[in-house]
Write a protein that binds this ligand. Structure first.
Ligand SMILES: *Cc1c(COP(=O)(O)O)cnc(C)c1O
Length: 399
């Protein structure tokens, strides 16, 4: 099941599974076995050296994990995919596969907090030069890339202020400089955005978020050309950040409803963003689907829909956040995102907890910024819930 003719929803349900079914079961089994036995010494050797298909040891490959990789691969229209224990493992292993001391990487200031820490803490101490540009400033990125770099690393939309970068334009700039172009597509999801089709070389997901969708399994995945993914797989099989088979199964199961969830999350996010724009207490609303968004046109061009993530800044900063969020009945106050439940949290406690207040301010993340990952609930109930929470705050202010 490959190519453009099959729609994303059908792929989400069917892709990548058939090869892994057993005993006539219609569902992919969870294979927990650590090792695979062979009576034929020659066959064992052939599988071990990769001459014959099969499995040897769970750190390298596992059938359940491979079914998950195949589904992502097909949904992103990639040649190959390999998976990881977490999204951060996918990012760090991918970077470590290609970067050597003396190399240079160009990225943006607004990457996920953990990714930003790799750029500011871990890469520099390996003598890898990191240039972080203003997110959304395409000219600045092009200028840095033209100076030469091994990797151009992007994330769009970004966490938590959902800034947008033009993938097609940046891929061109990256390739002109001979760089590998990597895109973290966690917020985009394979339903709304396919960076490989826009010219990127590698796409990364934190599978923990939208792919799994139920906040019950950690995972990460990277996909792209076979030749690149092969190298990343080799780094991972030796260094060991392997995805757990049970996590792979839960994510695979979650992915079957990815298109339905993402569609509903997008609808809810648009409605909530418009509602928040009308509230006195709200200073700013960030959502790529709003015409007020600085790069709304680029989002419209490269995304099928605008996704389930938005953020908003409240008047009164942290104090208002502290009062408002506990009043919400239908929202988890938690660090994850992309789940079926609406999830809220201040950026300073969630995406950018690793950063100091000064670092957050430099990134344009106010302390009163609330990130919302819209769930799949009926939007009327979510809007009513926010309304009663705002009313509590307003009446408290009037007293
Ligand atoms: C959560 C997240 C990650 C890290 O994924 P983990 O599975 O938590 O390691 C990377 N990028 C983005 C955009 C994320 O939201």
């Amino acid at each position: 099941m490959t190519g453009n003719s099959i729609k994303a929803g059908t792929k989400a349900v069917w892709a990548g599974e058939k090869e892994y079914l057993a005993h006539g079961a219609t569902q992919v089994p969870v294979v927990l076995s650590v090792a695979y036995g062979y009576d034929d010494m020659d066959e064992w050797y052939d599988v071990a050296i990769g001459k014959k298909k099969g499995h040897i040891y769970g750190r390298n490959t596992n059938p359940t994990v491979q079914a998950f990789e195949d589904k992502v691969k097909i949904m992103e229209e990639a040649e190959a995919a390999t998976s990881f224990s977490t999204g951060m493992a996918a990012i760090s292993n991918t970077l470590a596969t290609f970067l050597l001391p003396g190399d240079r990487i160009v990225s943006i200031k607004d990457t996920y907090g953990g990714t930003n820490k790799i750029f500011t803490e871990f890469l520099p101490r390996q003598q890898i030069e990191v240039a972080l540009c203003e997110t959304g400033n395409h000219e600045a990125i092009e200028e840095e890339v033209a100076k030469g770099c091994k990797i151009l690393y992007l994330e769009t939309p970004t966490n938590p202020t959902v800034k947008i970068t033009d993938i097609e334009r940046m891929a061109k700039a990256g390739h002109e400089a001979g760089a590998l172009v990597i895109v973290d597509n966690t917020f985009g999801t394979p339903i709304n955005q396919n960076p490989l089709l826009l010219g990127a070389d590698l796409v990364i997901h934190s599978a923990t978020k939208f792919l799994g969708g139920h906040a019950d399994a950690l995972g990460g995945v990277v996909c792209g050309a076979e030749e690149l993914v092969e190298k990343i797989y080799h780094y991972r099989e030796i260094n060991g950040a392997t995805m757990d088979p049970m996590a792979a199964y839960l994510t695979l199961r979650g992915m079957k409803t990815l298109h339905l969830r993402v569609r509903q999350q997008g609808k809810n996010a648009m409605a909530l963003a418009k509602y928040l724009q009308t509230k006195e207490l709200v200073e700013a609303v960030y959502y790529p689907g709003l015409e007020t968004h600085s790069n709304h046109d680029i989002a419209k061009k490269q995304m099928k829909d605008f996704g389930g993530m938005l953020s908003f800044a409240v008047k009164g900063g942290v104090d208002t956040v502290r009062d408002l969020l506990p009043k919400l009945e239908y929202a988890n106050r938690a660090a994850n995102l992309g789940a079926v439940e609406t999830t809220v949290g201040p950026a300073r406690t969630t995406s950018h907890v690793e950063c100091t207040p000064e670092e957050r301010a430099a990134m344009g993340i106010p302390e009163g910024l609330i990130r919302v990952s819209c769930g799949i609930e009926d939007i009327e109930d979510i809007l009513a819930d926010f309304e009663q929470a705002f009313n509590h705050i307003n009446s408290a202010l009037e007293v």
